[in-house]
Every structure is written in structure tokens, then in C-alpha cells.
Design a protein around this ligand. Sequence first.
Ligand code: SF4
Length: 394
Amino acid sequence: MKSKPLSLYIHIPFCANKCDYCDFVSFDNCVNVIPSYLDTLIREIKSYKDKCINHIVETIYIGGGTPSLLSAAQIGKLMTALRKNFVITDNAEITIECNPGSLTAAKLNKYKSIGINRLSLGIQSHDSLELKVLGRVQSTKSVFKALALIQRCGIENLSIDFLYNIPLPREIANANLRRDIEAEVQFLLNVAPHIKHISTYSLTPELGTPLARRLDYEELYELDEDTSIEEELDLQETLKEHGFKRYEVSNWAQKGYECKHNLNYWNAEHEYLGFGVSAHGLFDGERYENTEDLNMYLLKPNKVHSSEKRTKADLVNEIIMLGLRTKKGVSLSRLGDLGINLLAEKSKEVLELSNIGLLKTHGNDLRATEDGMFILNLLIDMLTLDKKREKSLQ
Ligand code: SF4
């Protein structure tokens, strides 16, 4: 029997400090919980061994939180458990997320020796003022030190996270000054040409975070819409000048360095398992979500998740929604195999959006144009199936 491809995600929910904009499931001041969390993770991993004998793991992503907060030995223990319980293909893409402040040469060498071949470094910004606005513990110096360490250790598949649309401190906003994102990115890529992949995110102030409170107190000011769009365009132009190509709405890569793990999510076909608190999975026709409650997870790692069957309507809408996010677009032939002729069902919307340059067909794919990517949520709203049509597919 042919093995089925599988991806694994492992969530490490611990951080040295909580950043001011963060509303992810991550905990600071919990370093003493890490050993028992790791043991629980391994119990959860083991519980899938028998269910996955016909699967082969193609990608692994250790994300967080801050996985690089764990010691080299702890990450080694995790990888040993994964290798004992799953068949992992020789050329699997294995990524670990790191933060500049917690990365050391010893950790990097260990990662390399246990087969981790891709790093995702959470830079967000290297400007000291912006780092202060974000409430990040790292410094400009630690960002460049981490980049130099990575270059020396020789893991060449390096991705970074980079934020734009960062609010301005009151005195900067009042002086009508703005961020020179082009100069920042030019500098970063000139100093660190070994960066092969960049995930860019617009900062959204989430309710209840310290950053949202500082906006309320007018200590910080959000960018107006025009400035925010200009910043995004400047960022995109600079990345293009440096040879990066956008292959998903937020993701840019040098040729051959697209993230396989995320591409597997976005093709809405691949099964994946999520281990750890708040992790998600898609396995055996079901979507599941682990609890966000750390104590509950530590008590019962396999009994505290909710799951639901993925219906045909869910799959159709996922193909449309995730496809629109990618450069490749929505596969019309795949929808056709599921009995959906999207161009006929949404003929009015497709015509309207194509006429104003937001959508285009390319062979058997329907794609959002660069302008369309700016209003992706609207496109998704217009092109996914409505509740009535979803019901007719059940
Ligand atoms: S490092 Fe990431 S996960 Fe941790 S607090 Fe900061 S933004 Fe949140």
C-alpha cells in the first residue's frame, strides 16, 4: 500500500516575555513547566503511532511561542520521540521557530545534528524604537547577532517574520514622521543576504493587549490607511528588488525556498497532526483542535480536544479560500472533481471582479491579482459558497 503524506505541527507555548501585541496562546514565567509539557507532548505523539503506520511524514514544524527557549537537549528529546513514532522521509522539511534572544551556537549545532533544516526567526523589526513599541525583549544587536550565528552554523534555509503597519509613538506621529521601511529592509537584506524567505504581517492591535491599551491612551498612534498601504507597497517593492517572489498573500521566497509545510496546509488536501496546547489537526476526515488550557492539556492530552467531520462543503470552501491566498490560485479542475463549476456558479462575481482587475483565470486556476490581494477577505466572501449552497452539498 502506498504511504499517505503527513505533516506534523508541534506547539511550544512558552516565551521569555509576552510581547505587547501578542494574543497567541503563549505563556511567560512558566519555564518550570517545560519538562512536564515535553513529557505530555511525547505521550500525545506516541498515541498516534498505530494510527499512522501507513503515513510518511514530509514536513515537521516546531512552532510557538518560542521553541528556541527549550534547551538543545529538550529539542533533541522531542525529535527522538517523533522519529521513534513516525516514518519520516529522508528529505523532510523540518522547521523550528526561534527568537533572536534565545538562540545560541550550541542550540543551532544541535538542531543541525538532529535533522532540523529550516529556521524561522521571529525578527519582526530590527529598529530599536519599533522593538520598544512592540514590547519585544530582543535588541537590534541580538537580531544581527542571531543572523550572524545562523550564517556561521550553515543552516541555509532561513525564514524571518517581519511586521509592518506598526503604530507610531505620539512624538513621532505629531512630528509627521514615518517609518522608512524600504531603508530598513534594504539594510537587513544587505547585511543578511542568507535570508531566503520572509513572512510579512500587518500588525493588528488585538483587544485586551497592552499595545491596544497604549493606543487607547494615545501613547501610540495607528497609521492612517494611505500611509499603511504605502508602507505595504514599499515593502513589497523592496522584496521584489531583492529577488523575492510572493507565493502566498503574506509569504515571499527566493526561488526554491517556499515553505513546503505551509504549502501542504494551503492545498487543503494533505493530512496533518497538531501536537500540544491549542494545536489543530486534520486527520482521517476530521478537523480537531486541542484545548487552549495548559493545565487541562497537561492532565489529559488526548481527551481535551474538539473535533468535527470535514464535509464536502467545508472542503470546497477551503479550496476556494486557501487557493485565493496563494499565487497559484484556486484549482478549478479540483473543484470540478467535487462537482463544482465555480466559474458558472459565481459567474456574475467572477465577471465583475475580473473586469476591475482583481481576479484572473490562468489555465485551470482562478487567481487573485496583486490588487485583489489587498482586499482578499472581500474576494473570499464573494466567491465561497453561501450557507444555502453548502447545505445542498451535504
Ligand atoms: S514571541 Fe511571539 S508568541 Fe511569544 S509573546 Fe512574542 S509574539 Fe507572542
